[in-house]
Ligand binder design. Sequence first.
Ligand code: PLP
Length: 466
Amino acid sequence: MSETVDLSALPSVDRVLKSAAISPLLARYGRSVVTDELRKTLDEIRQSAREQGTVPGEDAVFASLTSRLEYRDRSNLRPLFNLTGTVLHTNLGRALLAEEAVSAAIDAMREAAALEFDLDTGKRGERDSHLRELLRELTGAEDATIVNNNAAAVLIALSTVGGGRQAIVSRGELIEIGGAFRMPDIMEKAGVELVEVGTTNRTHAQDYIKAVRPETALILKVHTSNYRIEGFTAEVSGAKLAAIARQAGIALLNDLGSGTLVDLSRYGLAREPTVREAVAEGADLVTFSGDKLLGGPQAGFIVGRKELIAEINRNPLKRALRIDKIRIAAMVATLKLYRDPDRLASRLPTLRMLSRPEPDIRMQAERLAPQIAKLLAPKGYAVEPCRCSSQIGSGALPVDTIASAGLRITASSGSALERLAACFRSLSRPILGRLQDGALVLDLRCLQDEAQFMRSLSEGFGNALA
Ligand SMILES: *Cc1c(COP(=O)(O)O)cnc(C)c1O
């Protein structure tokens, strides 16, 4: 039977390329890609026509070509719904930028800007100048500099202040952040010899004092971002460490990690040490991230004593670790929002999502659950509103969770649930939840565009799950 199928009924590559219906595809993807995919489509159709004994019509050829082109064109970096419950998810790109930051970035992308040019004097300017004043104002530090990310900030600060000498670190603070950021390794790369003091759970002032040698350049204090040591513990406060460092004539570097610029308790969240507090305690340098709690683009800040910042800026690593005009523009716009703390929680997406009240999210879950159940029930899935817990993520308040609400989706088997999660991931705008206690939980804290979310879901359930 298969030999009898008449493949000549299939259109040729040339004929399809000449047809009127192809022009939108040519306009969108270009001739060479369309031709390439069309050949593959026709090969595939010929193959299945031989197996099945029927030749599909031209419509089917177009449908198959269009979906091949869409698939080839689509990016793994496309926007998605982060319903994992982790607001600052490192694997999902951390902070979402405020509209003010987005438009500043777009302007910077499109037009020339005086990035390293002083418009007042007409002379060469400095890349950091756009952020320096804002950072001084918001942190109380004498001076500030900005690099690619906080890992870079720690690296260049250590290399500048402690290169070829020693740094004292508590054994309770030798962190690994993930992605191969381990404090001992960074110190080695910075050319700094690590001197560990104290124990995992307890480190005392005397431990630091006794470790100071002529070769000691600094004390490094590290915020234990992604874990907490509980029980019989002791650490030395930043203020005390500053006094010890001053007495010994060495520097204190405080790596805050997430580092917030505002007191989060004002927005109903647990307190994290602010950058201003770390500076006021007497740290010589404070490092923190731009895209964690601060809510801006990826960047690393170093704020602190003027002469140390100047030295850092002279380090050849600075050029290697510098950031581009797009992020500088977005960061300036982000930091400006901090000048008005009253409106910050409504303008800065990170803070808006973190401070979203649980009853608000619960109402949304109760409203959406029946609509989504209608889509999923025919496929054998049950959907109900549920309570859940969000996390800040990116190493801020690692053991604190925020009461939240969402949708709990269950299935007859674990594999059916995995299939659903895979289908959610394959949507043109993927939906990411978390598998937990035999259910797929969608934490709605970060759901901003409800209409788009419902459209994505409806899109998925015509075909992919059938
Ligand atoms: C997150 C973090 C870093 C690394 O910051 P990135 O912005 O990811 O480069 C360094 N130190 C601490 C304490 C952190 O929490």
